[in-house]
Design a protein around this ligand. Structure first.
Ligand code: ADP
Length: 488
């Protein structure tokens, strides 16, 4: 817009400069011609007056005497009908040119006329002529001329002014325009940045409404209304899936009970027993899915009850991993630990445990026998970090943006075979978000995967004052640096 503005401004300045230049040139020329014409008329009157009374030979000296003082930068010429010069004034007082070198035009007419001639050095001369007829019936032409140079001087001065002023005006206008534009568009930048941050997971946020009373205010208000509509639609979907999962539980439980009863007690055909067993397995799976879906929907909708306790993340991770040790040993997979002390967060212990379980379960599940899984817990700035890395199959790049989506599985067949529902990471994500944290994934196919969880570190305000808190934070860092890994 600033470039457009500068272009338009330069265009209109050029146009108005050209108009002023041409207008002034026209005015000055007209003025000079009228002036020359008037002088030619008064010279003609003088000639006529004396041509009647004096002898013609006296006219030159008369003219010289009468007009010499007025001829500054001008000349007077008296021509006979055939163009013979009867009188021509001497070099003017300023010595600017020699009138004798002014060419004699053939364009003389019976009406007062004007003419343009050029000196041998190409300087332009404007000439005004008046035809007269003496009492003796002799036609004569009185011409008064002047150099065009003074007009050129004025025009050049104007041109110089335009040439100097125009770039200056454009620079001032462009810089001013840019600054005004930038300050006017700053709120748009702010709205854009905030709008970028809003996703399905933080639809409760709103854009700032700048009370400008113009399009900008209307735009942010409309966007906010749109976000509110999206929020209510998302809540509706969340409530719907929570309701569906909830409603499914009872019939599934009844179904499971009935199938178990049918399989028990009676002597049933082996095939039928197998069918009942497989149906029971599928029902288990359905129950698991509906439980997980219910948990995610409640967490996402902010309806889930989250207990608040101070949890030592390192201890939680190690105890959970130890419980899952068998799973790893079965394969076998080596478990490695790097746990910093005193990394505490505030949250729901059972849900935080679920995060460790799900991430570890996946790491073991998607790592081939002989591989390793590493659990790291440390403090980083104001965050507690839980990092679970493996050297397993990895996740294809195109699947990475989707793995936290519900029911998304990078390799459907493999995940289903290993009992995966595609909801494990969605739960982890929902729990991290509900705890004010975030989860990131890094993966290279065939090389391994690393899930990186950040949760706000817990500081006990009542027990520590600010300095102690800083020391604690520093101590965490020192432990980290002195003892980068505590392997358990
Ligand atoms: P699932 O129950 O299928 O494991 P998840 O939500 O836990 O569902 O994981 C989603 C998908 O992400 C999985 O199907 C798998 O393809 C991929 N994935 C998760 N963790 C890992 C890992 N550590 N290594 C490789 N792939 C993984």
């Amino acid at each position: 817009m600033t470039a457009w503005y500068a272009g338009l401004l330069a265009g209109s300045l050029l146009l108005s400069g050209a108009f002023i230049y041409l207008g002034l040139e026209n005015y000055l020329q007209r003025n000079l011609r009228t002036n020359l014409q008037e002088q030619a008329v008064s010279v003609a009157d003088e000639v006529l007056e004396h041509a009647n009374t004096e002898t013609q030979s006296k006219i030159p000296s008369l003219l010289k005497q009468r007009f010499a003082s007025q001829l500054n930068g001008r000349f007077i010429r008296l021509l006979a009908a055939d163009g013979t010069v009867i009188y021509i004034s001497a070099i003017p007082a300023d010595g600017s040119f020699d009138p004798a070198t002014v060419p004699i035009s053939q364009n003389r007419s019976k009406q007062p006329y004007s003419d343009d001639e050029h000196l041998p050095d190409y300087r332009r001369v404007l000439i005004a002529g008046v035809p007269i007829v003496t009492a003796q019936g002799k036609p004569l032409f009185v011409e008064v001329g002047a150099l065009y140079k003074p007009i050129e001087g004025v025009l050049q001065g104007l041109l110089l002014n335009i040439a100097l002023l125009m770039p200056l005006m454009i620079v001032v206008a462009v810089v001013g325009g840019y600054l005004v534009m930038r300050s006017a568009l700053r709120p748009v930048d702010e709205i854009t940045m905030l709008a970028e941050r809003i996703s399905s997971r933080n639809l409760g946020e709103r854009l700032p409404v700048i009370k400008t009373g113009d399009e900008l205010e209307r735009l942010s208000t409309s966007l906010n209304r749109m976000i509110a509509r999206l929020e209510s639609a998302f809540q509706h979907i969340n409530r719907f899936s929570a309701d569906v999962s909830h409603e499914l539980r009872t019939p599934l439980t009844i179904l499971r009970g009935e199938l178990e009863a049918a399989g028990r007690g009676r002597r049933l055909d082996a095939d039928l027993l197998e069918i009942i067993g497989s149906a029971l397995e599928e029902i288990e799976r359905l129950v698991r899915i509906s439980d997980q879906l219910l948990a995610i929907s409640r967490l996402d909708a902010g309806e889930a009850r989250i207990d608040r306790a101070v949890v030592d993340l390192g201890e939680l991770a190690v105890s959970t991993a130890e419980q899952m040790q068998l799973l790893a040993e079965e394969k076998p997979i080596e478990m490695r630990y790097r746990i910093s002390k005193l990394v505490r967060v505030e949250g729901d212990p059972s849900r935080l445990k679920q995060v460790v379980v799900n991430l570890l379960d996946n790491a073991v599940k998607y790592t081939a026998p002989g591989g390793w899984v590493q659990v790291t817990v440390e403090a980083e700035g104001s965050n507690a970090i839980l990092d679970i890395a493996d050297n397993g199959v990895g996740i294809p790049t195109e699947a990475l943006p989707h793995i936290f989506e519900r029911f998304y599985r990078a390799d459907k067949a493999r995940s289903r075979d290993s009992g995966g529902t595609g909801l494990g990471l969605s739960i982890v994500h929902a729990i991290c978000t509900a705890h004010g944290g975030k989860i990131t994934v890094f993966s290279a196919e065939g090389q391994g995967t690393r899930f990186h969880v950040e949760l706000p570190l817990f500081y006990d305000d009542s027990a520590f004052n600010k300095t102690e808190k800083r020391h604690l934070k520093l101590a965490g860092n020192i432990i980290e640096r002195r003892q980068p890994s505590i392997t358990g």
